[in-house]
Design a protein around this ligand. Structure first.
Ligand code: FES
Length: 178
């Protein structure tokens, strides 16, 4: 059952892999755009993630050197806030709720099915960068669990059979399924 559309996250998820030069140029430009702010680190991190879909070690180093703050401080901020990622996601993002209500309704079986269908473990991205499988603590629709999000689309009452169909649909789009 499709509950609602959320395509806005899509652009971020499909950001291309940046080169070293692109990272340096973009990070410096982003830092420059926040030069008037007293505490620019968080807005800079948000802009860097928006630009690349994740925050790479090189981006963190550029921030540390240019802002003249310890690399450990940058890294702490990146790992403290859930909104930041240090790895690039795949083209298609599957997220399964593991909140209490969804777990009671066997979200674990849904995760197992998706792991099998996508050929990756939860928390991983496949080698071709096509699929990422993650968990979420709660989507706020606890009475309708298990909840699964696929590329920004939210599905409720998802059983393993439905999870398999969702994975097959995405694989078909990628020419991996008949
Ligand atoms: S526990 Fe799954 S949506 Fe809240």
């Amino acid at each position: 059952m499709l509950m609602s559309g959320k395509a806005d996250a899509k652009k971020e998820e499909t950001a291309k892999s940046p080169s070293s030069y692109e990272i340096e140029e973009s990070v410096l430009s982003i830092i420059d755009s926040h030069s008037e702010e007293k505490s620019p680190l968080l807005p800079i991190l948000q802009d860097v993630q928006k630009a690349f879909g994740f925050i790479s070690p090189q981006a963190m180093l550029e921030m540390s050197e240019t802002l003249d703050i310890p690399l450990s401080q940058v890294y702490s901020a990146v790992t403290f806030y859930n909104e930041f990622r240090t790895k690039k996601r795949g083209k298609h993002l599957f997220r399964v709720c593991i909140g209490t209500a969804c777990c009671i309704k066997k979200a674990d079986a849904v995760i197992l099915e998706l792991e099998k269908e996508l050929g990756i473990q939860c928390g991983q991205t496949d080698g071709k960068g096509l699929f990422t499988l993650e968990t979420v603590n709660c989507f706020g629709a606890c009475g309708l669990g298990p909840i699964v999000e696929v590329d920004g689309r939210i599905f409720s009452l998802v059983e393993p059979k439905k999870a398999k169909a969702l994975a097959e649909e995405v694989k078909k789009k990628e020419g991996l399924q008949k």
